[in-house]
Design a protein. Structure first.
Length: 201
């Protein structure tokens, strides 16, 4: 019993048994709270993403980018190992777009976020789009991977995050989401993202 408890604590500290080498963060929006970190299965890394986006609403409240989900792939066998679950808040707008992926054998190692700055009494949307770099886990060569059309409706891209150290790649995601603001409120939903790098082998 006690051994099991200690094992549980130890595995929470390293992210479900994963060895975290770095966390990647950027400047995001002002609102919301961080959800839990969700990880790819042991031995797997993120190699693609999809976004839940609400198209422009005209005179009604816009929220733009609302959630991000990662696809995972085993770092050794290169078999697909499922998608990691989005942030748990249930009230959410928009629809999921397609998965955009790195070339097989490449994994996500850094990101940049397009954020709309606060609009005062006007309609805020916060995070609008995200792009990544993919890196060959063997030789370290990397390139930018962006879902088309490459940017969201409002705001500008901030600088790139730091990169996962060589020999590691993104294995976990955390989302900062503003909860539903009621029918009269100004919702923004997704405000920021954080990614966690895990050691490969
Ligand atoms: C990754 O790098 C290795 C070593 O240079 C190379 O053999 C392999 O083809 C590269 N993988 C991809 C998907 O480009």
């Amino acid at each position: 019993m006690q051994g099991g408890f200690l094992l549980l604590i130890a595995s929470l500290c390293v992210g479900e048994g994963r060895e975290i080498t770095k966390s990647l963060s950027v400047q995001g929006g002002n609102w919301g709270t961080w959800g839990q970190v969700v990880y790819c299965p042991e031995g797997s890394f993120a190699d693609g993403y999809k976004m839940k986006i609400e198209p422009p609403q005209g005179f009604r409240d816009d929220t733009s980018l609302n959630r991000v989900s990662l696809s995972c792939r085993d770092g050794t066998t290169l078999e697909a190992s499922g998608d990691v679950a989005p942030h748990p808040h249930t009230q959410s707008f928009g629809t999921w777009g397609p998965m955009t992926s790195c070339q097989r054998g490449h994994f996500i190692t850094s990101f940049a976020l397009q954020v709309e700055r606060p609009q005062g009494s006007d309609d805020d949307t916060a995070a609008n789009f995200v792009k990544f770099t993919c890196r060959n886990i063997t030789n370290g060569e990397s390139y930018v991977m962006i879902q088309q059309p490459g940017a969201g409706y409002w705001g500008t891209y901030g600088p790139w995050s730091e990169s996962c150290p060589l020999g590691s790649a993104v294995c976990g995601i955390q989302q900062k989401v503003e909860p539903y603001q009621s029918i009269l409120g100004d919702d923004t939903e997704l405000n920021n993202l954080k990614f966690y790098c895990c050691k490969h082998i």
